[in-house]
Design a binder for this molecule. Structure first.
Ligand SMILES: Cc1cc2nc3c(=O)[nH]c(=O)nc-3n(C[C@H](O)[C@H](O)[C@H](O)COP(=O)(O)OP(=O)(O)OC[C@H]3O[C@@H](n4cnc5c(N)ncnc54)[C@H](O)[C@@H]3O)c2cc1C
Length: 333
């Protein structure tokens, strides 16, 4: 029997859509490598009118559309139930691929538990096994090693963001509506009590930014962050932080870089007042070029830095920002 791959879309943001296209590209390549198969896109949400037309051109053979008012607000339990409803429309999917987005990470465990199958996250490579299951390579220890795991069908796998290319041959697909069962049939008992908006930032998202400027305890307090923000704006950079400053409440957890924060791999990473603890390094040491500013010449961050400046960040930052602005304006200092 030829394999079937189901990709569940994350249509909630441009980043989610990009991650969905990567998942479709991964599924297309996987099936092509094994002589073809059926590629199905599951589209969940509410008021999906315009997106439904767009998604029908993304390259799946079929789009299963579940448009329901109960999916208007993202709640992991309800979405996992809706995802299970879509999976059960297919006779026996070989693999369910989830995008490398927050939706993918939220659903991978819940959906595999509901399907009583295997699940894993952060896939870097995928391959089908002769037995009908799937082999997945995924990172370990903050990317310092990787492991390959084998999962029986139907395996639920979320992908690592930016690890796969979008489909090479987008083509129109037919759209098939799917209905969510009556209330109470498996939606769980969670109720939404409060929703807090993410603070709006004028800097690019941390994990996507080609340049990241990160601050640590060496900035001596949140009142000095405007100096770092000025440099980030001048460079068009995303803002990062060490865990020490997140724990101190100086910066939001969404900015934390490292073992228990985000992993970033930009073209340029500027570490300001960050000592370079191993837990920070695992989240940024694969950056193409690392610049460190620190008063302590023996700080471990200098061991991974391509360029180091020994000095007081509070003095150096305004000068550096001014120099970047002048270069960008074509005035060579
Ligand atoms: C299980 C676990 C998980 C962790 N996960 C993470 C993680 O994900 N990310 C993370 O970052 N950390 C993580 N940590 C914490 C990590 O071990 C360090 O404590 C933390 O990274 C230190 O943050 P920091 O470099 O800002 O502070 P510090 O270590 O206090 O370093 C401050 C640096 O600023 C320099 N400095 C001081 N004044 C100035 C100045 N005026 N100008 C320039 N430099 C100056 C100092 O010389 C020093 O090097 C984790 C720890 C554990 C145990």
């Amino acid at each position: 029997m030829s394999p079937t791959a189901l990709v569940l879309a994350d249509p909630r943001s441009p980043l989610g859509i990009r991650a969905t296209l990567e998942a479709l590209g991964a599924a297309e390549a996987l099936l092509a490598h094994h002589g073809g198969g059926k590629l199905v896109l599951g589209l969940l949400g509410h008021s999906l009118g315009a997106l439904r037309e767009t998604a029908a051109g993304w390259g799946a053979d079929e789009v299963l559309l579940l448009d329901d008012a109960r999916l208007a607000v993202f709640q992991a339990e309800t979405y996992a139930w809706a995802a299970e409803t879509i999976v059960k429309r297919l006779s026996s999917p070989t693999v369910v691929l989830l995008p490398g987005s927050t939706l993918g990470r939220e659903l991978v465990g819940r959906l595999s538990a509901r399907l009583r199958g295997g699940g894993t996250s952060e896939a870097l490579e995928l391959d089908l096994e002769d037995t009908g299951g799937i082999r997945v390579r995924r990172p370990l220890f903050g990317g310092k090693a990787s492991e390959t795991v084998s999962l029986p069908a139907p395996a639920v796998v979320s992908l690592r963001a930016n690890a796969f290319a979008p489909p090479e041959h987008p083509r129109p697909s037919r759209v098939v509506p799917v209905l969510l069962p009556d209330p109470g049939a498996g939606s769980g008992g969670a109720r939404l009590l409060e929703r807090l908006p993410v603070p709006v930032s004028d800097t690019p998202p941390l994990t996507q930014a080609p340049v990241v400027v990160s601050g640590g305890r060496g900035l001596h307090g949140p009142e000095n962050w405007p100096l770092l923000e000025d440099l980030a704006r001048a460079l068009g950079a995303g803002l990062g932080a060490s865990r020490a400053v997140v724990d101190a409440g100086w910066r939001p957890a969404s900015e934390q870089v490292g073992q228990t924060g985000s992993s970033v791999s930009p073209q340029l990473y500027v570490a300001v007042g960050i000592s370079g603890a191993i837990q920070h390094l695992v989240g940024m040491s694969s950056s193409r070029c690392i610049v460190a500013i620190n008063t302590d010449p023996s700080a471990p961050i200098f061991k991974v830095a391509d360029y180091g400046i020994v000095g007081d960040a509070l003095v150096l930052l305004p000068a550096l920002t001014e120099a970047v602005r002048r270069v960008r304006a074509g005035v060579v200092p």
